[in-house]
Design a protein around this ligand. Structure first.
Ligand SMILES: NC(=O)c1ccc[n+]([C@@H]2O[C@H](COP(=O)([O-])OP(=O)(O)OC[C@H]3O[C@@H](n4cnc5c(N)ncnc54)[C@H](O)[C@@H]3O)[C@@H](O)[C@H]2O)c1
Ligand SMILES: [Zn+2]
Length: 1591
């Protein structure tokens, strides 16, 4: 073990009390304690060791043995000494008063005196808490710290700060109590979880950052090794000597510095503040994000923010910030709150800037009302020897996602500004200097991911050594003159395109080492970028290059040839000039001089080729351009000679912004390192754009100075081709916007800007519009209409599409806006100029303010994005695609196109004829062409049904897959094989199948599965009993799926979340079938969601017990949806979690979960015991499903000691809802659970928690659980879990414990004596277990209601004739339907207000649907009889059911017309007043509603009209293979008495189904009940009560 095992002692406060080594704990600690730490050698001493339950099993027994051994060795003086121990639960919750109290009591019980030595064995939690217990027990007993986490080794154990947390703050109560010893044993790190080690690294990096630049550089260098080590099995084997030494250096380095600082300032007078770097902001974040995000992780992000603050204040150079970010990142620490893992682990918790700032106000460092923050001036150096006062405004800018730019800044008359180095030049300079011989000091190098990748790769190849000087301002490259070695480690290039192209050739120059080739790879995006032509050229020149994955892209394996042959090389340079530059730069090292010939057409980006050639000359190699041949270059064979200094020119695109500031404000700005000799295209911006606009431009070879004209006097540019400087067009646009009013600037040549970070042309025109500036877009350009200084201040922020150039250009325009301008996503400038806002604020003196927009913008608007991509239906013929297509068209309001019919139309030939005359091949070809065409031309807003055979063609499959991958919906219309086969055997209108039908089906099935992202599975008529019932239910089922996956309706989760109580019923059935359906409906009454326990289903063909097949599950889920249309929770409960699904069947489980997502199950239960990668994969592909992350425990885990935290934290990462189910051993566990629930609901209000205890003792927790409580139902065969209650039982219990108060409900109107409503509602209240009562109140005077409805016990009311209008003035508001119907039939108290609703229309739709009316498809009409108050409800209802037109007949046509006129035109209402008029309609309406009084005979004339209307010919079903069936027409009578009316008789005679009014009454009553209680009751019970047939 060499040096790591050697004991090192560190001095603190004048004494060497910190011991560090590997193996110390079981080696020297016991002896040292007994011989040196104990005060009185003669007296018997008690050693009281406290540790946590994580550590005790691993470490305590061995230590007890080593203590006993030591005693034996020392002999007599130690023989009476005792070691005893105490264990606490792990985790921050143990840093509490309760735990300290328990330890005090334990010490007292053990008769511990002043001389007792307390030992804290553990991480910071144990150390802090035990330290505090020791500091306070008997006014202080000695303490020894044995830190076991990296964080505690380098930080918390050293320095004597001890503390506990209180509800009012972390570490709020504590003491300074120096330990007698700190034993740091590096061996503990072997068992410390990876995330905890990384967590500790944050403090290590912090310590180096404030104090020791060399230490920091060492950390940078060791990151890869440390991370690699953490991925090994550390427990199994000891670390090798090298890594052991690195770890020791890391710990020792930090511990020394901390000891040093503490020694100079023990009680934190100032210097010790410095250790708080990153903590001011980090702590504030931790206060919100703990415990999901660890201390070190928050501090890492805090350090980045505080470093950015230092940079913003002009104290820290940008390069230093970049190094800090890079270093933290390279140890796997998060560097931004937007970090994906941080977002996931914290369940997207919001961190409002105001809240962060207010938390920062309670920092012990603050003084005099000002916040104090540790600022750095360099890596390893702090700005002051203490924290520095910083104003809130500056902190706010750093923390805010958006920035507000204030106009009329006092911009200095003359500013010199050096933008960051050019990326292209930086990359070339690195390659050239590395290939060259000798030292080259490069300045103004761009610090970016791209250059970082280049540096690392060149280092890996041994091409050069690199060192930073002057705080990162200078990079010293020591080039090895082309001597490189192939390396076994892959060169990982991320998405750095330039690096990949340059390095592919560089790798060929390497010499073989222990490996003979080098592999270059990158991220997924990189693996799509082309490199083929370059590789071709290299191959042709004798280099062996292999594509490892996809031909033409990385990863590539390049043979180490020590150079290539040279001579003539041809290269296709039409894709990228980087191929050319790559060969050019390496060509001098070829074995003979190279002639490079660019072939295949005009090379792209000649400017970049010239840049390379010019830079090569600076490094001593002169390329000759051939005078005889076009695009041909001669490169001599020689080495580069490095210049001593090389300054990277600033990025010319970036330079356009400071120059534009001068132009727009009339001031002067100089860019000191870009001039006429610049190699960059955008360098021409000053001369070609600014000068003609009226600026004074002075340019030397190496610098540019621009002075703007008086503000508002810039001139427009009649026409400018910006092809040579496309990136600068955005800057030109904002200047053109303030050019003289009316002047148009026409910019062309910028077509490529439509496919950058965003479509920049559209972006500019949409955002300039916010300033009142008009633009015209062209394919390759934009016209901007100048407004001078007459531009407006935008009323909303500037949306940047995360595009740095959009953000920077609008920040320039903001300087002359009439009011402040908010730039959203300010951090996007980091891509090329992280310090842009700093420069704005410091150099240009612009006033900036941090802003947090209320809601993050998406695509520039706040609306929830609906999915408007076209829908494609696929599946076998006979599965019902055409019918589904019509439904889809109606549900989405889009045209529906059957592609088979469209094909027939286009070619004017029937499909079967087409196949017969031209053959299958030609038919398929035409089909493919049509599919491609509609995908291109009608990619939005259409529904298409594809022919069953489209999936036979690979090209079509790919097209459908692309559509789905781009966010479109491809819906597989699926049904049982038998159904399809039956259908196809009947249908003769389509070409016969060549193979047997089942064979075809089995071949296509996997393809349908492959191309689709959602499945609709049709249920047969046998299940429903009648065709009418089937069509109605299937259409609903389909619409539910489609609306939800196309994001038309809000997810049911949102509605459920708003309810005070919600339930899901667990179906414990073996089979969902026709027989079970009524029981299922019964069991679901009163629940919000139904849980399908898939593991309990009995698949007759199951592969293993509890393991149903996919097809079976698809069918069962669909049958459940057919039985009852409420949200489904799809659950696979594994054996170990109390179910039947095999624990090991991971792959099968994954397939089933994916199926659930594709079936559109609203909720899917995911057990947190599945492997993490499975959870990640599933949660990323959940589609519109919400995940219920669950964990069940039978071992009686406690809710109070943090045991559940691991599961909770995991669930928070993957779940939209969390479900934790424990076991109650005693009733106190229910109280503990409530404490946990309170904590969780406060900490993560947007992720609802279902927390319950199983067993009879746990029933109270079920009664108290507010959201989605799992319930049973008496109708079900057995309960899903012990102690499960029914929803009714829970509600009854809530009444008993006083959480529900009995309310009074009434019906107002006259006469109401015979109303069936009291029977209905009282039955339902009893049925669901609510204590309310409902009674009749007969009155015709609205004034009588005034007081009653304001009484506290008033629960709600029904309102009937004659009060439906009179009641309105008494209420506080109306629902949308009540507003349209201008009548109220229901009063609902909502949030302290009385809201009027109208459920009459709902009663009509429900009754009509139940009797089959909506089976009417597209373009069916309906009829309303009468023009009274109820007719309005009827019209509204029929419109909601998508009937059109809606006809009206009645006695008085004029009165009908006035009702009709009152509705919007799209209701398409037509009043029919004569028999002739009616006859002209031709086709019968499919639904009718009678609203005329039934106590008198029908007027003769009206009767004549009715007879005609009702006997119009009903349409036949045509798209059904059986054909010829008359469709069901339904008339609903709204009068209740007599039970069968004259109108109903007329309808029945004409072949209609007549429905009595009590059906509608039931339906609207059920709706009322749901409005009052939030409960959907049992419909059958309601119906029975209304009809007087009480069950
Ligand atoms: N006093 C100070 O100056 C100071 C400084 C920094 C942090 N702190 C405090 O330290 C606490 C955080 O300490 P921490 O990060 O060490 O966390 P911790 O003490 O909670 O330990 C982290 C986890 O690792 C486990 N563990 C510890 N050592 C292990 C090992 N060798 N092998 C396997 N598992 C092991 C623990 O049981 C625990 O579950 C916070 O309360 C913080 O306020 C104090
Ligand atoms: Zn810390």
């Amino acid at each position: 073990m060499g040096s790591a095992a050697q004991l090192t002692k560190v001095k603190i406060l004048g004494e060497e009390t910190i011991f560090i080594s590997h193996g110390l704990f079981l080696g020297q600690v016991a002896v040292d304690l007994l011989q040196n730490v104990k005060a009185d050698k003669a007296a018997a001493t008690k050693f009281a060791l406290v540790t946590d339950t994580n550590l005790a099993p691993t470490y305590l027994p061995a230590f007890e043995r080593s203590f006993a051994d030591a005693k034996a060795r020392i002999g007599d003086p130690a023989s009476k000494d005792e070691l005893f121990s105490y264990q606490i639960p792990p985790g921050e919750s143990s840093k509490s008063r309760d735990t300290v109290g328990a330890i005090h009591d334990w010490l007292a019980q053990n008769k511990c005196q002043r001389d007792t030595i307390v030992i804290a064995l553990g991480g910071g939690v144990v150390g802090d808490m035990v330290g505090f217990a020791a500091a306070t027990y008997m006014r202080g007993v000695p303490v020894v710290q044995i830190p076991t986490t990296l964080l505690s080794m380098v930080d918390s154990s050293i320095g004597g700060k001890t503390a506990i947390d209180t509800p009012y703050g972390k570490n709020l109560v504590g003491a300074f109590w120096q330990p007698k010893r700190v034993y740091i044993d590096l061996k503990f790190l072997q068992t410390l979880p990876r995330r905890e080690v990384i967590n500790g690294m944050a403090e290590v990096i912090k310590t180096a950052a404030i104090w020791d630049a060399a230490e920091f550089a060492a950390l940078e260098a060791n990151a890869d090794q440390v991370l690699a080590y953490l991925s090994t099995d550390r427990v199994a084997s000891e670390p090798d000597a090298e890594i052991a030494a690195i770890l020791k250096r890391i710990v020792l380095g930090s511990a020394r510095i901390k000891a040093d600082v503490v020694s100079q300032d023990e009680k934190e007078g100032g210097l010790r503040n410095l250790l708080n770097f990153g903590h001011s902001i980090g702590h504030a974040m931790e206060a919100i994000l703990a415990p999901q995000i660890l201390h070190g992780e928050c501090v890492a992000i805090g350090m980045v923010k505080e470093a950015e603050l230092s940079r913003y204040l002009g104290i820290l150079p940008p390069a230093a910030v970049a190094r800090i970010v890079k270093c933290l990142g390279s140890y796997g620490l998060p560097v931004s709150l937007n970090d994906k893992v941080v977002r996931r682990r914290s369940a997207n918790r919001k961190l409002p800037v105001d809240e962060l700032i207010s938390i920062m106000a309670v920092d012990k460092k603050n003084a005099g009302g000002k916040k104090r923050i540790v600022l750095l001036s360099a890596i390893g150096t702090c700005y002051e020897p203490k924290a520095t006062a910083v104003i809130d405004r500056d902190i706010r800018v750093i923390l805010s996602p958006a920035v507000q730019v204030h106009p009329r800044a006092p911009v200095p008359n003359s500013v010199t500004c050096t933008p960051p180095g050019s990326k292209s030049i930086s990359n070339r300079a690195l390659v050239l200097a590395a290939l060259g011989a000798g030292k080259c000091r490069i300045t103004n190098l761009l610090h970016s991911d791209d250059t970082q990748v280049m540096l690392s790769a060149l280092t890996q190849l041994g091409a050069a050594s690199f060192a930073w000087e002057d705080n990162g301002r200078v990079l010293v490259v020591d080039g090895k003159g082309g001597a490189m070695k192939a390396c076994s480690e892959h060169l990982y290039l991320g998405n750095a395109g330039t690096a990949s192209r340059f390095l592919t050739t560089v790798a060929a120059l390497a010499h073989p080492s222990d490996v003979k080739s080098t592999t270059l790879t990158g991220n997924a995006r990189m693996k799509e970028r082309p490199i083929g032509p370059l590789v071709e050229s290299l191959r042709s020149n004798g280099i062996d290059v292999t594509f490892k994955e996809r031909p033409g892209s990385l990863p590539v394996q390049v043979a180490a040839n020590g150079g290539f042959a040279g001579g003539e090389i041809n290269l296709a340079a039409t894709i990228s000039s980087q191929f050319v530059s790559s060969l050019l730069m390496c060509a001098p090292y070829a074995k003979s001089p190279v002639t490079l010939r660019l072939v295949g057409g005009k090379p792209v980006s000649q400017a970049y080729i010239n840049m390379t050639i010019t830079m090569m000359a600076t490094f001593g190699v002169h390329v000759q351009r051939s005078t005889k041949e076009p695009n041909t270059y001669h490169i001599p064979a020689q080495s580069y000679k490095n210049p001593a200094e090389y300054e990277v020119e600033s990025d010319a695109s970036s330079a356009t912004y400071p120059l534009a500031i001068a132009a727009i404000t009339g001031k002067t700005c100089t860019i000191p390192n870009i001039g006429a000799s610049s190699l960059q295209g955008d360098a021409r911006f000053a001369v070609d754009v600014l000068r003609p606009m009226g600026c004074r431009v002075e340019q030397s070879e190496r610098s540019t100075t621009v002075t703007g004209p008086a503000p508002g006097t810039l001139m427009p540019l009649a026409s400018i081709d910006m092809e040579p400087m496309t990136d600068a067009f955005l800057t030109a646009c904002v200047l053109a916007a303030v050019a003289s009013p009316g002047g148009v600037t026409k910019i062309t040549g910028i077509a490529n800007q439509r496919v950058k970070e965003c479509d920049r042309i559209t972006a500019m025109s949409s955002q300039l519009a916010k300033f009142g500036v008009k633009c015209h877009e062209h394919d390759d350009g934009i016209d901007v209409l100048g407004k001078g200084l007459g531009i407006q201040a935008p009323t909303s922020g500037i949306f940047c599409w995360d595009d740095h150039r959009v953000a920077m250009s609008f920040s320039v325009l903001a300087l002359v806006a009439p009011g402040p301008v908010t730039i959203e996503e300010k951090e996007c400038t980091a891509k090329t100029w992280p310090g842009w806002w700093d420069a704005m604020s410091q150099e240009f003196q612009v006033e900036l303010e941090g802003i947090e927009p209320a809601a993050p913008l998406t695509n520039g608007t706040n609306a929830v994005p609906r999915n408007d991509k076209s829908v494609f239906l696929t599946g076998m013929r006979g599965a019902g695609k055409t019918t589904a297509g019509h439904w889809a068209g109606l549900a989405l309001g889009w045209p529906f196109v059957d592609l088979d019919q469209e094909l027939e139309r286009v070619h004017n030939e029937k499909v079967d004829v087409m196949v017969r005359t031209h053959g299958w091949e030609e038919f398929r070809r035409r089909e493919t062409a049509l599919l491609k065409q509609v995908m291109k031309e009608k990619s939005n807003g259409h529904v298409f049904a594809c022919g069953g055979g489209v999936v036979e063609v690979e090209e079509n499959r790919q097209a459908l897959i692309n559509h789905k991958n781009n966010g479109g919906i491809v819906l597989w219309i699926h049904r049982s094989t038998r159904n399809i086969v039956d259908y196809l055997n009947i249908d003769k209108t389509r070409p016969a199948y060549v193979d047997d039908i089942e064979g075809v089906y089995n071949r296509r099935k996997p393809w349908y599965d492959l191309v689709s992202n959602y499945i609709f599975y049709g249920t047969n008529v046998e299940f429903y009993g009648s065709k009418t019932a089937m069509e109605t239910a299937e259409r609903e089922k389909f619409a539910t799926l489609l609306r939800s996956v196309s994001l038309r309706t809000p997810h049911s989760f949102e509605r459920i979340n708003k309810k005070q109580r919600s339930f899901f019923v667990s179906l414990t059935l073996p089979l969902v079938d026709q027989e079970a359906a009524p029981m299922i409906r019964d069991a679901c009454s009163g629940s919000d969601v139904v849980e399908l326990r898939v593991d309990l289903l009995k698949d007759p063909n199951e592969k293993a017990p509890g393991l149903p097949g996919i097809d079976f599950v698809i069918e069962q889920t669909s049958l459940l949806r057919a039985a009852i249309n409420i949200p489904i929770l799809f659950t696979l409960r594994t054996v170990s979690q109390g179910g039947k699904f095999p624990d090991k069947a991971v792959e099968e489980a994954k397939a089933l979960y994916h199926t659930a997502f594709r079936l559109g199950c609203e909720f899917v239960d995911l057990e947190m015991s599945w492997p993490e990668d499975v959870l990640t994969e599933l949660s990323e592909s959940k589609g519109t499903s919400r995940i219920l992350a669950s964990h069940h425990s039978w071992i009686g885990m406690s809710w109070s000691d943090g045991s559940w935290m691991t599961y909770y934290n995991r669930a928070l990462q993957f779940g939209d809802v969390i479900k934790l189910v424990g076991t109650a051993r005693d009733s106190e566990e229910n109280d503990a659970l409530e404490g946990f629930r309170r904590w969780a609901n406060k900490a993560n209000p947007s992720t609802p928690l279902i927390a319950i205890n199983m067993g009879t003792l746990g029933q109270l927790s079920r009664i108290r659980n507010p959201v989605l409580t799992p319930v049973s139902h008496p109708a079900l065969p057995f309960k899903a879990a012990p102690g499960q209650l029914s929803a009714r039982e829970i509600r009854q219990a809530m009444t008993l414990i006083g959480e529900t108060q009995a309310k009074q409900f009434l019906i107002f109107g006259s006469p109401v004596g015979h109303s069936r409503s009291p029977a209905l509602h009282n039955t339902l209240f009893a049925d669901v277990g609510l204590p309310h009562s409902y009674s009749a109140h007969d009155t015709a005077n609205a004034a009588d209601l005034r007081d009653i409805i304001r009484r506290p016990e008033f629960g709600g009311a029904s309102v009937t004739i004659p009060l439906k209008l009179d009641v309105i003035p008494l209420l506080d508001g109306l629902s949308s339907s009540a507003k349209i119907l201008r009548a109220v039939n229901t009063i609902v108290p909502t949030d302290g207000q009385l809201i009027g609703h109208n459920t009459d229309w709902k009663g009509i739709t429900t009754a009509l649907k139940q009797f089959g009316a909506p089976a009417a498809e597209h373009s069916a009409s309906a009829l309303v009889v009468g023009g009274g108050g109820t007719s309005r409800a009827a019209i509204y209802a029929l419109h909601m059911m998508e009937f059109t037109p809606i006809y009206m007949v009645g006695r008085n046509a004029q009165k009908l017309q006035s009702v009709a006129d009152d509705f919007p035109v799209e209701y398409n209402i037509k009043v029919l007043s004569s028999v002739d008029e009616i006859k002209k309609i031709g086709v019968s309406p499919m639904a009718a509603v009678g609203t005329i009084p039934a106590d008198l005979p029908i007027d003769e004339k009206l009767k004549g009209l009715l007879k005609t209307a009702l006997s119009l010919k009903a349409p036949e079903k045509t798209d059904d293979a059986e054909g010829g069936e008359i469709r069901t027409r339904v008339l609903l009578e709204m009068a209740y008495k007599p039970r069968v009316t004259e109108l109903m008789d007329l309808a029945t005679e004409a072949g209609w189904t007549s429905v009595p009014g009590l059906e509608a009454l039931t339906a609207q009553g059920v709706e009322q009940f749901a409005l009052w209680t939030g409960i959907v009751p049992d419909y059958a019970a309601a119906r029975a009560a209304v009809l007087g047939e009480q069950q």
